[in-house]
Design a protein around this ligand. Structure first.
Ligand code: HEC
Length: 234
């Protein structure tokens, strides 16, 4: 074998290992677990990141209902398609320096091809509700579940907050079922959700957080409700 032939053969071997086989949407659904805590597939259901519904052919940073895009992404001029999404998922910081997606990228070309095969189907208009009906999002579990957070509009009595008192370093939260729980002040987070999953105004929700049972969130409908709801009393 002459030298040129050896080089040509090793190029072929390298190329065929670098080029992924066609993406497998079923494997891609599993891959979506790393995106699901931040991205939903339902139109305008935004979380840390924008909803990915209707992603293909969309201009980067252009979903009107998402208000936290970085200037870098908004001014990137990218149109999302197979190629640009592959580059974004390989290394977001390289493609759009100063973007604000807290994600390092997926190095394995096959994992990216699988994920994109899944996303291309799942982000088509009308696809998300149908997928839910078929249930492939099940098993993603609770708060992480495929972009679902619990709806707090109607609450069980053990979650509906009646009063909150504050004494020294302790919050005591009484729910409408009459139970009172005490939290070290650093373990109770006071949050708001003004969206359609948020609580009714004046009816904040107590939501467990973390594994040990010592932490929780109280979620209010609006920031001005927070200090009004807390009574300093020992
Ligand atoms: C920890 C949260 C987080 C994770 C995990 C995450 N993203 Fe993002 N994503 C964001 C944020 C925030 C933005 C907006 C970035 C900006 O404006 O610079 C974003 C932007 C995007 C965009 C651009 C959307 C648009 O409207 O222009 C796409 C596409 C995207 N992410 C896909 C994914 C995929 C696919 C995954 C999983 C492999 C993923 N993201 C993982 C938070 C996340």
């Amino acid at each position: 074998m002459n030298r040129f032939f050896v080089i040509a053969l090793s190029m072929v071997a390298w190329l065929s290992s670098a080029v992924a086989e066609p993406g497998d949407a079923a494997r891609g659904l599993r891959g979506f677990r790393i995106c699901a805590p931040c991205h939903s597939l339902e139109a305008d259901r935004n979380m840390t990141g924008p909803s990915l519904a209707g992603l293909w052919e969309r201009r980067a940073g252009s979903l009107p209902s998402f208000e936290r895009y970085s200037d870098a992404l908004k001014s990137s001029g990218i149109i999302w398609d197979d190629r640009s999404l592959d580059a974004w998922l390989t290394d977001p910081d390289r493609m759009v320096p100063d973007n604000e997606m807290p994600f390092n990228g997926i190095r394995d070309p096959q994992h990216r091809a699988d994920l994109l095969a899944f996303l291309k189907e799942a982000t088509k208009p009308g696809a998300a509700p149908q997928m839910r009906a078929q249930g492939p999002m099940e098993g993603m579990g609770g708060m992480m579940g495929g972009g679902r957070v619990p709806n707090l509009k109607s609450l069980e009595s053990n979650m509906q907050v009646k009063t909150i008192t504050y004494c020294h370093d302790t919050y005591r939260v009484t729910t409408t079922d009459g139970k009172t729980r005490a939290f070290w002040e650093r373990n109770l987070r006071l949050k708001t959700d003004s969206g359609k999953d948020g609580p009714q105004s004046g009816a904040p929700a107590l939501v467990p957080a973390g594994m040990m049972g010592d932490r929780a969130d109280v979620i209010f409908a609006a920031p001005e409700e927070i200090s009004k709801a807390i009574e300093a009393r020992c």
